[in-house]
Design a protein around this ligand. Structure first.
Ligand SMILES: Cc1cc2nc3c(=O)[nH]c(=O)nc-3n(C[C@H](O)[C@H](O)[C@H](O)COP(=O)(O)OP(=O)(O)OC[C@H]3O[C@@H](n4cnc5c(N)ncnc54)[C@H](O)[C@@H]3O)c2cc1C
Length: 291
């Protein structure tokens, strides 16, 4: 591992100042569960690490009147323990439970997962289903971008070198919801998804299903045709669920890699989509669900 200088700014403005001074020679660190691995493996060789963990204003979850703000340093464990998150965003809580193990979840942040922009990132599909907006601050001010647009390719985001993600904002659902995150993995511990499906159901007068995937496309992807079928079907029986699962499987474009073949991933998407729809119809699920 190459030598680097560690900087620990105490405020957002100090962090922005450090990024302004070091530009491309610096990398931001939050939980460090990706960054430290990359340094060890020499995948990244920055001269400076800007460690955000001492910045108080980037900590905590705030429940506002109509939205929830998850700040940059909120860990997966904090999401799991928060009762409002369980109530409003059950699929996000399940995705946090499906991620790694308790030690990693105590360090890893939701926003680090989004900024890493790895197609197998567990946080991405639920945040896409909940239409979360990434809040960004840089030398040119602040901006908000939907997660689905923030990630522009594998390990690529629209973040500029002088910008920091300060949080994620999600509108609180105005109707009853249920949600389900199902992840196919090779073993029952510490494994990255072979494929995963997130399904959310907003149960108002205009019932709305949203379905998004993990590990089967280079960018965040919604199953729009499957969603249209479900949202226009009066009665959702086994036949409709089967057809929606087929449409979902037809929408993905996975690769073959060490974890799974393209064909296996497509089959798993059909199976997990079918199960996730049924799970949403049955009501809220509080426990993390794994295959
Ligand atoms: C043993 C192990 C198991 C794992 N299992 C899983 C798993 O099951 N599922 C999964 O999805 N991932 C898994 N991971 C990967 C990793 O834990 C996650 O991606 C994690 O959520 C990253 O969060 P972090 O806070 O540690 O990010 P960091 O490592 O601190 O940063 C990750 C990336 O985000 C950038 N970044 C972080 N914060 C900000 C910010 N506020 N503004 C701008 N850029 C920022 C960093 O520069 C870096 O590019 C695993 C990792 C390990 C080591």
């Amino acid at each position: 591992m190459r030598d680097f200088v560690l900087e620990r700014p105490r405020s957002l403005s100090e962090a922005l100042d450090a990024l302004g001074r070091h530009g491309k020679n610096a990398i931001i660190k939050s939980g460090g569960t990706d960054v430290i691995v990359w340094l060890h493996k020499s995948i990244k060789e920055p001269d400076y690490i800007i460690d955000l963990t001492a910045i108080e204003q980037l900590k905590g979850i705030t429940i506002n009147e109509d939205n929830v703000e998850i700040r940059a340093l909120v860990t997966l464990s904090e999401i799991i323990e928060d009762s409002s998150m369980k109530r409003y965003f059950p699929a996000l809580v399940q995705a946090c439970r499906a991620h790694s193990d308790p030690l990693i979840r105590n360090r890893a942040t939701v926003i680090g997962n989004v900024c890493a922009a790895v197609p197998s990132g567990d946080m991405i599909a639920p945040l896409v289903c909940y239409d979360a907006k990434v809040e960004i601050t840089g030398s040119n001010g602040t901006r908000k971008v939907p997660v689905s647009e923030f990630i522009i390719g594998p390990k690529k985001t629209s973040l500029a070198v002088d910008e920091v993600v300060t949080g994620i904002r999600i509108a609180i659902p105005v109707v009853e919801t249920s949600g389900c995150y199902l992840k196919a993995i090779r073993r029952e511990a510490l494994d990255i998804a072979q494929a995963a499906v997130c399904c959310t159901l907003f149960k108002g007068d205009n019932r709305e299903f949203r379905i998004a995937f993990c590990a089967v496309s280079p960018r965040p992807l919604r199953a729009t045709e499957a969603e249209k079928l479900l949202n226009s079907s009066g009665n959702i029986d086994d036949r409709v669920i089967k057809r929606a699962a087929e449409l979902a499987a037809g929408a993905v474009d996975p690769i073959t890699d060490v974890r799974a073949s393209r064909e296996y991933r497509i089959d798993m998407i059909a199976e997990l989509t079918s199960r996730a729809i049924s799970c949403c119809l049955e009501g809220p699920v509080e426990e993390g669900v794994r295959r």
